[in-house]
Design a protein around this ligand. Structure first.
Ligand code: MN
Length: 400
């Protein structure tokens, strides 16, 4: 693989699906898997085969219908989980078994009731078993960012020696910071020469509990990670995972800074986000970067004036780049005359300076009382002599 290429590992169907309001049927997962394939995702984590019959069925169905991306199943560090994952994946052209085991003392002591030494043995045993069933094995030391660093390095070393081909170091609870996460990747890479020698790919997996998931994922790339785990619309446990859209857009818009390539087709970002929003119970919040309803909307007068003069004034990317409809100049009490004149022109009315001034005062008074001003409201603000005499749009448009 190209040293500068970042693998996009999408876990919408696993980490995303296991969060409130996001459960999906096999058919819905299949729809999403096709959308993820069109988006150019490299690896799809399709589920957790051992978790339920439904998860197993969804993974198996996806392996038969979706051929371009590699298909992955999660597995605990247990023989029965790993064998179940391999069975779910048996028809995949390219499969991956993703084994995880806690690395922090907190998780080892309270959740698994296991010593550090036992965990190292279990890690080696599980990765070796997985490698007998698949030549592509990912290992995740869970809660890596809260693990004691020397122990984390030991565990990664063990996993690499046992044959792991990808090492994912998750920020399971969204605790790390960009600088700290970047240093962790650099340190692990420096301390374990076998990572580079064997072509092992390092991976990030970030949660958004502090709103840092995308920033941390990008920092991991700077620290040498060449895989990012993420989800559509950033869905996932608690505050969610790193949003695929945010990482992909940042790598494109700031290619000067990051200097890496990837296979994501940016103009599929918005359509894919919409498909997910229709399947699960919620859309991204309106102010969500890239895919939120307001991501390309402008209301303030100064911004609208700038946008009409040159969109670069207030947009670092065009809506069409990410497959969204178009810039939306929302008319509200913060809007100015330039936007109002523009909207009236779109509605078929070229207003003189005086007419615009007069209408503008009425518009501001209305906008003070209403959160949204619709086209129908604007038509109502026009004096009759203008509205009737200059109308050159089909009557149906005025009545709609
Ligand atoms: Mn997670």
């Amino acid at each position: 693989m190209d040293r500068d290429q970042v693998v996009f590992f999408d876990t919408t169907l696993r980490d995303g699906e296991q969060s409130p309001g996001c459960s999906m049927t096999t058919q819905e997962k299949l729809t999403m898997a096709h959308a993820l394939e069109d988006l150019g995702v490299d690896v799809i984590e399709a589920g957790f085969a051992m978790a339920s019959e439904g998860d197993f069925a969804a993974i198996a169905t996806i392996t038969q219908a979706v051929r371009k991306p590699r298909i992955c199943s999660l597995a605990r560090s247990k023989a029965e989980d790993i064998e179940m994952a391999a069975r779910a994946l048996e028809h995949a052209d390219r499969a991956r078994i993703h084994v995880f085991l806690a690395a922090s003392d907190l998780h080892l002591e309270y959740k698994l009731k296991m010593t550090r030494e036992q965990a190292l043995d279990q890690c080696a045993e599980s990765v070796r078993l997985a490698r007998t069933l698949s030549d592509d094995v990912e290992f995740s030391p869970e809660d890596a960012t809260r693990a004691e660093r020397e122990y984390l390095i030991q565990m990664v070393q063990v996993a690499v020696e046992a044959g792991a081909t990808t090492i994912n170091m998750p920020d399971t609870v969204g605790y790390t910071t960009p600088g700290e996460y970047e240093r962790m990747f650099r340190q692990v890479r420096e301390r374990i020469p076998a990572i580079d020698a064997n072509g092992v790919v390092l991976s990030s997996h970030c949660h958004d509990d502090l709103g840092l998931a995308a920033a941390n994922s990008l920092a991991a790339i700077q620290g040498g990670a060449r895989q990012v785990e993420c989800t559509i619309n950033g869905i996932g446990e608690r505050a969610g995972n790193a949003s695929l859209e945010e990482i992909a857009a940042a790598l494109y818009v700031r290619a000067d800074h990051y200097g890496v390539t990837n296979n994501i087709k940016l103009n599929q970002l918005y359509p894919t986000s919409q498909i997910l929003g229709q399947i699960i119970t919620f859309q991204p919040s309106p102010n969500k970067a890239i895919v939120g309803a307001n991501a390309f909307a402008h209301e303030s007068g100064i911004h609208q004036h700038g946008m009409l003069a040159n969109p670069l004034c207030y947009e670092i990317m065009t809506p069409s780049l990410v497959g969204a409809a178009k810039t939306n100049l929302v008319l509200g009490k913060h809007s100015g005359r330039a936007a109002l004149r523009h909207r009236y022109a779109e509605l078929g009315y070229e207003l003189t300076r005086d007419e615009l001034q007069h209408t503008y005062y009425r518009f501001v008074a209305l906008a003070d009382r209403k959160k949204n001003v619709y086209d129908q409201d604007l038509l109502g603000l026009l004096p009759d002599e203008i509205r009737l005499s200059r109308r050159h749009l089909p009557a149906t448009m005025l009545e709609s």
